[in-house]
Ligand binder design. Structure first.
Ligand code: PBG
Length: 332
């Protein structure tokens, strides 16, 4: 549809921009705390909130502090929190068995949140990188990141998360075939209501740098992730992968990173009409928060403008480290 307008001066677009009330009246998209999933980093200890140098304002929190964060999120009207563990280097191994330890940080945090704030949605991350001595999302054999054996491990990891009470499982690993395998495993284990938010279009991006610091994977990572994460040059491939994941049993799909990939968000929403999310990743956060901190941009305004852009691009929700700050301004 191409909207038609009469020629000037019958049409003066500035008429409807004249006052805040008129602008409110014709605004096409709305941003609210209900659009956010807040990613939080979990570490060991008690009463600990440890700042992350490359992500101003973001902390690694011990489980008790993660519970407080979940309470804060719920009170701000944020419906979901997503957990990423900072795993002690001594627990990183080649076989990654900490990933499905029922007592690992992520599972302990899930249970603690579900006890204290039962209504909030807890999302967990499926991928081996926080637990892998190589820093990769899959097992490494002779320098190759192997697919099928990794999927077997991801199933164990996802089942331990579902057992702990996760509401949404987010496979961020980019192995082929994992959505179908995870859906079948959840179904037969009695976890039929656990939702899968597939990182369907996840690009091999340099914008993940600060996250890898936050989860302690930067030092560990050998090489890059280009054999499993997507080439930033491609969008047809993204559509094919989203189609596959929806067919295989994903309830929602994710585009990641966010701001540089808004074209992919729009195309995905138009093509499939499925619940579509974007991850405004750590490097995007660092750029905006860092420039805001220095006074190079108005931090609050660029935050809200960047988040609105996701709504305009067709996203139903946004994973963003800005969630509490933005929710506070937007009002629950
Ligand atoms: C890895 C994972 C990454 C992020 C989420 N899960 C990094 C990577 O793929 O190396 C990045 C999130 C961010 O940058 O905020 N499974």
């Amino acid at each position: 549809m191409t909207p038609l307008s009469a020629p000037f001066p019958a049409t003066r677009f500035r008429r409807l921009r004249r006052s805040p009330a008129l602008r409110d009246l014709v605004r096409e998209n709305e941003l609210s705390p209900a659009d956010f999933i807040w990613p939080v980093f979990v570490r060991n200890g008690d009463g600990v909130e440890e700042p992350i140098a490359s992500m101003p304002g973001v902390m690694r929190r011990s489980v008790d502090k993660v519970v407080e964060a979940a309470e804060e999120a719920w009170n701000l009207g944020i419906p979901a929190i997503c957990l990423f563990p900072y795993t002690d280097p001594s627990l990183k191994t080649e076989c990654c068995s900490e990933a499905w330890n029922p007592e690992n940080l992520s599972n302990r945090a899930t249970r603690a949140i579900k006890d204290a704030v039962p209504d909030i949605t807890v999302m967990t991350d499926v991928a081996l990188d926080p637990y892998n001595i190589n820093g990769h999302d899959g097992f490494v054999e002779d320098g190759e990141i192997v697919n099928d054996r990794t999927v077997e491990a991801l199933i164990k990891q996802a089942l331990s998360q579902a057992d702990a009470g996760a509401d949404i499982i987010g496979p961020s690993d980019m192995m082929d075939g994992r959505i179908g395998a995870l859906r079948a495993a959840l179904e037969s284990a009695g976890h039929k209501n656990v939702a899968l938010l597939s990182y369907a279009a996840k690009y091999a991006s340099a914008f993940y740098g600060p996250f890898r610091d936050a989860v302690g994977a930067s030092g560990a990572l050998k090489g890059d992730k280009k054999t499993y994460q997507m080439d930033p040059a491609n969008t047809d491939e993204a559509m094919r992968m989203i189609a596959r994941d929806l067919t295989d049993g994903a309830d929602m799909v994710m585009v990641k990173p966010g701001m540089p990939y808004l074209d992919v968000c729009r195309r995905a929403k138009d093509m499939f009409g499925a619940p579509t999310f974007a991850y405004q990743v750590s490097g995007e956060y660092a750029m905006l928060a860092g420039a805001g901190e220095r006074g190079w941009v108005d931090g609050e305004k660029v935050m809200l403008e960047s988040l609105m852009a996701f709504k305009r691009a067709g996203c139903d929700g946004i994973l963003t480290y800005f969630a509490p700050a933005a929710a506070e301004i937007l009002g629950g």
